[in-house]
Design a protein around this ligand. Structure first.
Ligand SMILES: [Zn+2]
Length: 145
């Protein structure tokens, strides 16, 4: 059965075939703590943390990737790159704790076209791939020999 889950570290929606259920005790949570303190320049870009007490106090994670089981154990759903980095106690490259937080899209901007998004964006991706297919194989181009 196809499905997806949300990685608690990077908040990416990943296919179920690529996830790891990691007990919270097996993760060095200090790596995922919010990097901003009120005295740093980075503090203005740091969103509020979802948990203010308990094991995940101060961790910048996506709550959608956390499973609380009936026995009281807590599992973190992780994508392969985040699991690999966290198993070495390294900050995952695309984790929320690495300030890769875009925030939510305002409702008035939710139905923009790609071109409209590019016009109003503060920053842009350097590459966008648009694949066009030619359905007219019988047309000879002047470059054909
Ligand atoms: Zn991830």
């Amino acid at each position: 059965m196809l499905g997806s889950f949300t990685c608690t570290s990077c908040a990416e929606h990943v296919w179920n075939t690529k996830h790891f259920d990691v007990p919270i005790a097996d993760v060095n949570l200090s790596v995922l703590r919010s990097p901003g303190s009120p005295s740093t320049d980075a503090a203005q870009f740091v969103p509020s943390v979802p948990f203010v007490d308990g094991l995940l106090d101060g961790a910048l994670v996506d709550p959608a990737g956390i499973i609380c089981e009936a026995g009281g154990s807590v599992l973190l759903l992780l994508c392969p790159p985040c699991k690999s980095a966290l198993s070495c106690s390294k900050l995952p490259q695309f984790s929320l704790a690495n300030l890769n937080v875009l925030g939510s899209v305002p409702p008035e901007l939710s139905d923009l076209t790609l071109i409209e998004e590019l016009i109003v964006a503060c920053c842009h991706a350097k590459m966008c791939v648009v694949k066009l297919q030619d359905h007219h194989d019988d047309v000879e181009l002047p470059t054909a020999q």
